[in-house]
Design a protein around this ligand. Structure first.
Ligand code: TPP
Ligand code: MG
Length: 579
């Protein structure tokens, strides 16, 4: 439906908003419209009817999914997108996705309308629906103030562009994060002179390097160490950092340990890779024996109650966010701490190393040690992923998926108590091929898969999720969207008939209590919903329940064929052992 060309055009605050998004290269607007958005709906229609560019609008039936799509898009592309939600209610409906984008340091621009501030016809856009009184709340921005890097109210259309560029500049500068802008209808309806502002004057701040003195000491420490170990979680958000880390590992012989990895930080087939750790209550041997531990971009490098470096180890910390000011309790016993961009810091370290004479026998000894650890790990994983009679294990399913994908396939991991099994057995090797939500609010997997597929339509996307997390993801919305916007992906539900994580949490605190012996602790979904049937009903997905070990591999192959050839989502509901 297009407006007649003869209709006069108006330039409003909403027109400025749409232009600003286009000029800032925001390609997608993940939107959930309401009574606060007539000005925006009108400006979009006017722009389309008059041949002006607009971001692609992705209609999101659920706001949590909308924000999660923007998160997935930014995680794989590094580019922020915009989310549009309805007043206070839509802001609340973004729910835990707000926590995820904040904790994961993902740049995103969130807009919300606000209740009109006039009621007697004083200004265009004033109140004319009963909800306008109900949605007038004392502090709409307060709903998410604790999570935003920046939040503000737009008070006039005349500087909307400047405010958008400022919000984007803050969101995109390190440490990155979400920004929230809200405005009442009168601001979007306000007719204003066309605004021309150059967005290139609001660039993200330059990347922070390591200071020279720190660099020299750090390199000396690295070369002097017998068992240097690097621990990282989110360095891989920048692919360049992964390349530099591999260069460093090869140059000096250093072990790489991922701790609750949000991204792929290091190729899992590299001889210096000693693996990854999550919630396992065990001391990591590489961490225990290290005499130098370099923590690079990590929020949880270890859980000190049962796993930490030895007392004699020297700990150095380089992080884009080393103080973790938004985490009230946070410290590690680091002797040196630097705020720096890890790709830049690693490049500096590598450059400095290339001018130094390095003892090849020391490098060979360190490399041989880590290669041995790496090979022992591979042997252990191979043993663990063998099919077991009568029960499908997470390790086996993941290995089946690995055998059916190429090295560029993108893995979306929300496996919860199977996070580690998935990361260990999926075997990713290339930057930006493996993601988690980077935080803890469940239900990220579906929207993230859509956002990733929108950003990289050429890639195969495989979403590996717990059954609980699948339910949290609002699959009815996700699968309607996936079909509507042609973002096919494969989902494998690790169905253990409920929430195993709260059971594990209980057992870790009360190993011998009443709950440990209780038959039912209220965390099971038994019988479970028809998970794949939900996706088939809402988005025409290929749906299959898999209960037998010998069916798994062929089911994965068949489902992937559907995704690749029919461009249709597929959901495999794979029954593991009961939690
Ligand atoms: C939005 C949200 N609600 C509740 C929780 C608490 N929680 C953490 S793990 C979990 C269960 C996850 O279930 P599932 O995805 O099936 O994984 P499993 O524990 O079975 O491996 C719950 C409810 C949370 N992290 N986020
Ligand atoms: Mg489960």
């Amino acid at each position: 439906m297009t407006a007649p060309q003869s209709q006069p055009s108006v330039y409003t605050g909403a027109s400025a908003l749409i232009e600003a998004l286009v000029d800032a290269r925001i390609s997608h607007l993940f939107a959930n419209f309401g009574s606060d958005h007539p000005g925006i709906v009108e400006a979009l229609a006017q722009a389309r009817a008059t041949g002006k560019p607009v971001p692609k609008v992705i209609t999101c039936p659920n706001e949590m999914v909308a924000l999660t799509c923007a998160q997935g898009f930014a995680q794989i592309s590094g580019r922020p997108q915009a989310v549009l939600v309805h007043v206070d209610c839509g802001t609340q409906a973004m729910a835990g996705a707000i926590h995820n984008v904040a904790k994961c340091r993902v740049p995103v621009l969130i807009f919300a309308g606000a209740s009109p501030y006039t009621q007697e016809g004083e200004l265009p856009g004033g109140r004319n629906e009963f909800i306008h009184w109900l949605q007038d709340v004392p502090d709409q921005r307060g709903i998410l103030r604790g999570y935003m890097k920046y939040e503000n109210e737009l008070r006039t259309g005349r500087n909307i562009k400047q405010m958008i560029y400022r919000a984007l500049q803050i969101a995109s500068s390190d440490p990155q994060g979400p920004a929230y802008l809200m405005a009442a209808r009168e601001v979007f309806e306000e007719e204003i002179p066309a605004v021309a502002v150059d967005p290139s004057r609001w660039q993200p701040i330059g990347l922070l390097p390591l200071p020279e003195a720190g660099l020299a000491e750090l390199v000396d420490n690295l070369l002097a160490a017998r068992r240097p170990l690097i621990v990282t979680s989110y360095l891989g958000s920048n692919p360049e950092a992964v390349v530099q880390l591999a260069r460093l590992a090869e140059r000096v012989g250093v072990g790489i340990l991922e701790s609750v990895p949000t991204y792929l930080n290091f190729p899992s087939d590299h001889p210096c890779y000693v693996g990854q750790q999550g919630n396992e209550h065990v001391q990591n041997p590489s961490l225990a024996e290290a005499d130098l531990v370099l923590v690079l971009d990590s929020d949880v490098p270890w859980i000190p109650l049962f796993n930490k470096p030895g007392d004699e180890a020297k700990i150095c910390h380089i992080d884009i966010d080393p103080l973790k000011e938004r985490t009230p309790l946070w410290y590690i016993p680091a002797a040196q701490v630097f705020r720096a961009d890890c790709a830049t810091a690693l490049r500096q370290i590598n450059e400095r190393l290339s001018g130094l004479k390095i003892d090849p026998s020391a490098v060979a000894a360190r490399t041989a040690h880590y290669k041995q650890r790496h090979e022992a790990r591979v042997a252990d994983l191979t043993r663990r992923e063998q099919p077991q009679a009568g029960v499908i294990t997470a390790e086996y399913v993941t290995a089946c998926v690995r055998r059916q994908i190429d090295r560029d396939t993108v893995i979306v991991n929300e496996g919860i108590t199977n996070y580690s099994a998935i990361t260990n057995h999926i075997g990713c090797t290339r930057p930006r091929t493996r993601f988690t939500s980077g935080a803890s609010s469940l239900g990220w997997n579906g929207g993230a898969s859509i956002g990733i597929k929108l950003a990289c339509p050429e890639k195969t996307v495989v979403c590996l999720t717990g059954d609980g997390s699948y339910m949290f993801s609002v699959p009815s919305s996700v699968h309607w969207m996936a079909r509507n916007y042609q973002t096919p992906f494969l989902t494998v539900v690790y169905n253990n008939r409920g929430w195993r994580a709260p059971k594990f949490s209980m057992l870790a605190v009360h190993p011998d209590g009443y709950a440990s012996k209780a038959r039912d602790i209220d965390v099971a979904f038994d019988p479970p919903p028809d998970y794949s049937g939900i996706a088939a009903a809402s988005g025409g997905a290929f749906a299959r329940i898999v209960k037998r070990v010998d069916e798994v591999e062929s089911a994965v192959a068949e489902a992937l064929k559907v995704v690749r050839e029919e461009k249709r989502c597929a959901v495999l509901d794979v029954w593991l052992a009961h939690l």
